[in-house]
Design a protein around this ligand. Sequence first.
Ligand code: PHE
Length: 349
Amino acid sequence: MKTMENLSTIRKEAVEKIKACKDNGALNQLRILYLGKKGPIQEVMKTMKDLSKEERPAFGAKINEIKQELSALIEDRRTLLAEKEMAEQMEQEKLDITLSGFVPNVGNLHPLTIVQQELEDLFVGLGYSVAEGPEVECDLYNFERANIPKDHPARDMQDTFFINVEELLRTHTTAVQMRQLEKYHEEGKELIKVICPGKVYRRDDDDATHSHQFMQCEGLVIGKDIQLSDLKGTLDFMAKKMFGESRVIRFRPSYFQFTEPSVEVDVSCHICGGKGCSVCKGTGWIEILGAGMVHPNVLEMAGYDPNVVSGFAFGVGIERVAMLKYGIDDIRNFYTNDLRFLKMFNRFE
Ligand code: PHE
């Protein structure tokens, strides 16, 4: 069986060559050599005629088997080489997508602006308009029209920076309300719904809860038959929108020169829900604003007849709302421009 031996030598050699083959070109050469028309296997086949009739079928089958085996080996090798080539290419053309790109510096709104805009949205939704006024204000609108005449002791509560005897840095945005009241009267209107957000100034020693400059958002509603219950409903709505739907409010008697009666408004603590905690100092309530029914003198000074129209006013501190909403314990954080603080309000980071 010389031919059979030849055949297995050829097979062995072919298998080794295929396994050692390093590139596609060489692999093709091997394919042509072993499976093509001229090659060692074909050579051996020529000797088939020398075999006996009985030996031939086994020999033919063996050749087919070897051809099939080699063909499969070549295909496997081709796949392997292709994978290797791809891996090498990937390695060379490596694109490190884990490298962070250039992150654009996206700014964000100041927390006080966020709260101011929330309040504006809320009241605009109730049909109010938004009014602004000068920060350097006349004594007339800041005090006198608010029923605080010159030399009245109520002025002591709101000492401020005077530019001259008649001009000062406004102490409350009530001054804007007084301007609006006058304007609406001149226009002959008997329904006013306005909010006045803005900066105000007082002679205060700055500490964790006081600042010589802070922000207010005051509201004024004038019309026929406006009552204290309207004020309560409005503020209840505001408290729920700003601090959560389960909040309730309560009124306590208070004193403001420009409202009568005057109330201090507390909202049930949004941290403990009213049980008492350190934020509400154990009371379950947090004071958020001052309010009341517009004093008849104020209406009269603007030209309105207090027997015909009535109204309510309220004033909320924007810092106070922001501090409660975001759990900020020092008002000075709002003004020192520390980016670590300001960026906490960035929705994109
Ligand atoms: N103007 C008052 C203040 O600055 C707040 C206030 C506004 C109170 C309107 C009553 C009505 O403290």
